[in-house]
Design a protein around this ligand. Sequence first.
Ligand code: G16
Length: 547
Amino acid sequence: MAPNHDDKILAASKRHPIVPLEKGQFYKYGTAGFRMRASLLEGITFRVGLLAALRSRKLNSQAIGVMVTASHNPAADNGVKIVDPMGEMLEQDWEKYATGLVNCQSDEELVKQYNELAHQLKIDLKAPAKVIYGRDTRPSGHKLVSALADALEATDTEYVDHKLLTTPQLHYLVRATNTEGTPLSYGKVSEAGYYEKLAHAFVRAMKNKKIDGTLTVDCANGIGGPKLSEFLKYIPKGKVNLDVKVVNDDVLRPEVLNLDCGADFVKTKQRAPPIPKPQPGARCCSLDGDADRLMYYWIDPERGFFMLDGDRISSLAASFIGDLVESAGLKHDIRIGVVQTAYANGASTNYITQHLKLPVICTPTGVKHLHHVAQSFDIGVYFEANGHGTVLFSPDALTAFKEKQPQSPAQKDALETLAALGDLINQTVGDAISDMLMVEVILAHKAWSLRDWAMTYSDLPNRLVRVEVGNKDLFHTTDAERRLSHPEGAQQEIDDAVKKYKDARSFARASGTENACRVYAEAATRSEANELAERVARIIERYGSGQ
Ligand code: G16
């Protein structure tokens, strides 16, 4: 007989009620899980815990991850998302189950739906289940993880609280937990194991190359600050000369999280956060609140701020890894591809297809979409323009790096560097710390400054605008989010606006992490890009208010 979790779920659920929404509105598993004002999330997190337990039982008791974070969002927000056994985002087919459980109107309906799901998905409720979780520095995280733990207790699920983590660290731990003791072992199941793996791979990938100057890292006053400082202790002394200055790492004042700093600020405002004045041209970068996004930039004494975003990181990685694959004699065995979203600057897409001669695929926003497409290549490079991304290596590619017999010292060198990159680059999700180390490795190998990197192509002027609307759910997209299918008439107006500008492109979509729409515009000049973005924003405002 199946164990009866019903009474325990019922009792626990009453302690973590769902806040009802206005009529006609419902909670949705968005771009990166449920994300909103923290005050709305306790009941949601409890129910996410129920689903995570079901998912573990469905997948032969493998550990499922739950991360409590609102990443780049303001301090008052929080969020909760599920991580699948290999450290990937929750399988998309299951998002509707999460949405279903979270929108149950009563505790009784919740219990009924939990049992119906178990029945429908043929889940054995007697099987063991395991969930591991972590949270960022938001104070609201405490209450949310205790709601989560209540759900796990109520469903007899084993759990491990990894406490404060960056999002990519939790993804790492999920994969490490599920591969422990197997030939596919991803690393030691501990935060220290994550640092050791990265530090060791970093030294191997550097191959005694010299890193120039100091790298200033703005940590958005989030979890990335203490974790990066911790990581730096693991780099063996004298092996690599990485000189990092950690700034904006105040995690004691929660209200300053992501406030006028961090990767999202840098990308959307296109300016540097407050940091101690760096040397002219010196390397600077920003992480976001949970350290899964990365932006590089420098400040030129004459021309001001210059940003190297996710598109730049993507093309840098694709070009370096492509060259290594060629030097390793693997050009005909390994297929490299790049995955972007509609936000990718048109100049980066041209550079990758025409100069690097690599295929580019465009997907909807959300690393969950890019990740899966990247897996269709032997080496899949995926980055969103906002700095969120990674490089995936297929098992065949990793085996080739380790087992191919080199025919020359240059081949040996390339194979070793590729193998080290396979360990350095987080294979589960975009990871700002790991990506930053990758960029440092590439710049050191190429002996490039940020200015050299920026010379590879010129970005088309662009502008990203956040538009508050009455109801963002009115907006539906098609063609990898490049066109609006609803509300009727809106796309025609955008098309008419775009026609007024040279080399222009614009699109609008509802955010999956904020209560707003986003508008992107690109054009031949900065003033035209700004003007077009404002024009499209007004169209969206009008349609969003139902006029
Ligand atoms: C999350 C997702 C990203 C996405 C971003 C913005 O990032 O993981 O893939 O680009 O949200 O999404 P949207 O435009 O739908 O709000 P993060 O760093 O906030 O977790």
